[in-house]
Design a protein around this ligand. Structure first.
Ligand code: CA
Length: 629
């Protein structure tokens, strides 16, 4: 809710002649949203946005709505007077996007109910911002601070409404595998037209024979790399190599293996502490899904005609080629005829799809589900999906494919996280393409982090690239230095970082299908220096919880150095500083005062370091250092 500037208020400030007027219409807070959410059973987070550099201090005035104390008792010759018992907590400015400043306060509550308002100090004036109104007040002792009836309300922290995300996710480093292209462990199940592994990829229809046995065979490699989660793109029966057009949801694709192979894979991965996440496609099915074929065959007489979004019958003219078209008479994913949209609002379809989750959860202890085209499926379906998944495994991870602001799915009743493409875009723009500078990058990252609850940020699926994007290296003009810096950034952020198979050995490739080339296994062709870099980076992330999720993120400005990023991760006395030079030019920096002539430990070079007032950064160089205490 935004509040329009009140003209009488503006006049009042002007009459006082105190100069700048706070932009009241820029105050943004929404009760009952991700601006006011419980972090745990006794902790509330309250957030506010103000116009950048417009407000110098903010205090949250808050208390239990029913907690009054009698200050003048009855019988004293006057009517009794009761006073609201409340506290005043300073809010912290946690970042800016250059347009808004972001403020947060964490409240530890002995009670679970809250009335609250914001006391803002702006250019010598005090304002009170409460539900529906902003007023000028006479400083911190104004009597209006004691009357909470029209303050914002957080009615009650209810335990079953708490947004719980799985604990293990924030400590997980994912490795994304496109099974058809990772490793061929069983040539007996190869598609007839499978190419040999080193033949160049030519089309989106190529097959190479990769399978689940290939992944089992390479678990040593993955353990040595240090990852502890595998995300598989779909493995269920389909004719395509990507398998996003499912024919049979209860069958492992025969080219990938069978139920036993999956069970063995999950068991062996778990023995190594590696979690397994599967991809499920409920937005649409494949053209050859038996229920859709039934509708094609029987038309209006089909028992499944309500399972899809059919515009008219007959559904499909067999003479029509299965190529992209806007003239289809059934709804599809994009304009792809091989992917008819499922009607997830139909109770029969819903039950059918949810049963698939129960089915696989009983076969193997699956740790997570990645949901394809999640934003086009109804929210009600995802609420029931969450209930079914968490009944089977309360610690299962649910991550949706949503490329844009995903707040509508991240309120606690649907997903635990989403594929963080907005972060991905910012990283590509700064580290690969130079289309934004360090300040703009910091603004974008701040805005993304402020959008969601803290527990959600810790379980976001953060990535540089995937089967749906060009590889980062390709976007960075094949510059390995930039790839390393981008992964350094990703692995020193809150959230669950992912490595797309082969990035770690220097694989490249443009948009789909080129980004899905067969994995390079030949050591002669692997970039072993890059692989060693990635292993070291993963080890450092695993050793320092502050770099994973404990530390607050603060960007520090470096005026005059648009190519240099400086940020720190802080938890109490643990302070980590990361300096990154994304350019081909050496950088001579004046360090911020807090870093001058201080003792640090260089985590990368594994040696102590004492700073002066300046620092040299090599082209594509970086420092990852921790303050010594
Ligand atoms: Ca095979």
């Amino acid at each position: 809710m935004q509040y329009q500037l009140d003209n009488s208020l503006k006049l009042e400030v002007m009459e006082k002649g105190k100069g700048r007027i706070m932009e009241i219409s820029s105050l943004i807070h929404m009760a009952g949203s991700n601006f006011a959410y419980p972090y745990d059973a006794n902790t509330l987070h309250i957030k506010l946005k103000t116009k950048t550099n417009d407000v110098q201090e903010i205090y949250l005035i808050h208390g239990d709505p029913y907690d009054y104390r009698e200050v003048i008792p009855l019988g004293s010759g006057m009517s009794s007077v009761w006073e609201w018992q409340h506290s005043r907590d300073r809010m912290k400015k946690v970042g800016t996007d250059g347009v808004y400043d972001f403020w947060l306060v964490e409240l530890k509550l002995s009670h679970k109910r809250l009335r609250y308002a914001f006391l803002l100090e702006s250019f010598g004036q005090s304002y009170l911002f409460y539900e529906g109104k902003t007023v000028l007040i006479d400083g911190k002792d104004d009597p209006r601070l004691n009357k909470p009836l029209n303050f914002f309300c957080y009615p009650y922290i209810r335990w079953n409404d708490l947004y719980r995300t799985p604990d293990w996710v924030k400590d997980t480093i994912w490795y994304q595998i496109f099974p058809e292209r990772f490793a061929n462990g069983d040539t007996s199940n190869d598609p007839k037209d499978a190419k040999s592994w080193k033949e160049p990829l030519e089309s989106g229809r190529d097959h190479y024979g990769g399978d689940l046995q290939g992944v089992i065979d390479r678990l040593d490699y993955l353990s040595e790399l240090g990852i502890n989660g595998i995300y598989f793109t779909p493995i269920f029966h389909s004719n395509s190599n990507h398998k996003y057009d499912t024919i049979d949801y209860k069958r492992i694709d025969p080219h990938f293996g069978d139920t036993k192979t999956l069970q063995e894979l999950v068991e062996k991965a778990h023995q190594r502490g590696i979690k397994v996440m599967l991809d499920i496609v409920f937005n649409h099915c494949g053209f050859y899904f038996d229920k859709f074929q039934d509708v094609i065959e029987k038309g209006e007489a089909s028992a499944y005609k309500e399972w899809f979004h059919i515009k008219n019958f007959p559904v499909y003219d067999k003479k029509r080629p299965l190529t992209s078209s806007k003239k289809l008479n059934y709804e599809t994913f994009a304009f792809t005829p091989t992917m008819p949209r499922l009607n997830t609002q139909n109770p029969e379809v819903k039950e059918y799809l949810l049963d698939i989750i129960r089915y696989w959860s009983d076969i193997a202890p699956i740790d997570g589900w990645r949901l394809d085209v999640a934003n086009e499926v109804d929210h009600q379906f995802w609420r029931e999906f969450r209930r079914v998944v968490k009944e089977k495994n309360p610690q299962a991870y649910i991550v949706g494919e949503v490329w844009h602001d995903a707040s509508a799915w991240l309120m606690g009743d649907q997903f635990d996280g989403v594929m963080n493409y907005p972060l991905n875009t910012a990283i590509v723009d700064f580290f690969a393409k130079d289309t934004i500078d360090a300040t703009q990058f910091a603004h974008e990252v701040n805005a993304i982090n402020f959008r969601y609850p803290k527990q959600v940020n810790a379980s976001m699926y953060n990535l540089l690239d995937s089967h749906d994007t060009a590889r980062f290296l390709n976007q960075a003009d094949e510059n390995k230095g930039r790839l390393k810096l981008a992964y350094l950034f990703l692995l020193t952020q809150t959230g669950s970082p992912s490595i797309y198979y082969g990035d770690e050995v220097g694989m490249t490739g443009g948009q789909d299908p080129d980004c899905r080339r067969p994995m390079i296994w030949d050591k002669e062709e692997q970039d072993l220096e890059l692989l060693a870099f990635m292993k070291k980076l993963i080890r450092i992330r695993k050793e320092h919880v502050v770099l994973r999720h404990k530390g607050e993120l603060n960007f520090l400005p470096l005026p005059g150095h648009p190519d240099v990023l400086l940020y720190k991760r802080v938890e109490n006395k643990d302070e980590y500083y990361i300096l990154i030079n994304r350019s081909s030019q050496k950088q001579d920096l004046q360090l911020p005062k807090e870093m001058c002539q201080e003792r640090f430990y260089d985590l990368w070079c594994e040696m102590p370091m004492i700073t002066t007032n300046s620092l040299e950064l090599e082209p594509y160089g970086f420092f990852l250092i921790k303050r010594s205490v």
